[in-house]
Design a protein around this ligand. Structure first.
Ligand SMILES: Nc1ncnc2c1ncn2[C@@H]1O[C@H](COP(=O)(O)OP(=O)(O)OP(=O)(O)O)[C@@H](O)[C@H]1O
Length: 211
């Protein structure tokens, strides 16, 4: 029995069928890359897997239990990184992360993405890449078995991409699972791919600028 199983997930956004009967499974130590053109539904699928969006049809099972029966329980299984880094700009990095540390020392986690020197700096002063590294540090701190990462390498410099690779490999070696969306190669070897085809081109007047 796989730990995570999505069965025939379909999602409409407006009147558009964005996900059409998508199925996947994931087991301990496995990773899955979601690829496909802009608008194909990668972020939508990630949000469904996170329990943040209800599919219009299909089931999502965690160890054969439907996650929709207990979303609070499912929230403890996942660490979700969206496009927005969701950091509080007025707080320092340590203050932002303290909410997720559950009393544990932050030193080791801050080192994963080389952020020790920025520990006491307000996040509003961070660059885009530094904010992404902070958000990724929060994922590490969550100690959740399933990481759901929407374009995790966005804005990262080469050294940080290397560190991301190390963090992903470590998570998998500890039995963790990863589903990530990406448009660029990620440092994630031995990974399955799920290519979402994207919506068929439709001649829909709502998508044209008024003349
Ligand atoms: N608020 C919304 N209302 C209606 N449709 C939306 C909304 N947001 C996104 N969509 C549509 O949902 C579809 C899937 O979007 P989604 O963000 O999941 O795609 P994606 O594959 O992650 O794209 P990208 O590669 O650009 O990040 C797109 O066709 C988009 O137009």
């Amino acid at each position: 029995m796989p730990l995570l199983r999505a069965e025939d997930i379909s999602v409409f956004r407006g009147e558009r069928l964005v996900l059409d009967n998508v199925s996947l499974t994931l087991d301990a130590g496995e990773a899955l890359l979601l690829t496909g053109p802009n608008g194909a539904g990668k972020s939508t699928l990630l949000r469904v897997l996170a329990g943040l969006r209800h599919p219009d049809s299909g089931r999502l099972l965690w160890q054969d239990t439907d996650i929709l029966t207990d979303r609070t329980m499912h929230a403890a299984h996942i660490a979700y990184l969206g496009h927005q880094d969701a950091l509080k700009p007025g707080l320092t990095l340590v203050e932002n992360l303290a909410l997720f540390s559950r009393g544990k020392s932050l030193d080791e986690a801050l080192d994963v993405f080389d952020l020790v020197h920025l520990a006491d700096v307000p996040v509003r002063l961070f660059s885009a890449g530094q904010k992404r590294r902070a958000a990724l540090t929060r994922v590490v701190l969550a100690r959740a078995p399933l990481w759901l990462l929407d374009e995790p390498s966005l804005g990262l410099d080469a050294r940080s991409v290397d560190r991301l690779g190390t963090a992903l490999a470590r998570h998998r070696s500890e039995g963790g699972m990863i589903v990530a969306t990406t448009h660029v190669p990620l440092p994630l070897p031995d990974t399955r791919h799920l290519a979402l085809p994207g919506a068929p081109v439709v001649d829909d007047a709502r998508w044209h600028e008024p003349a």
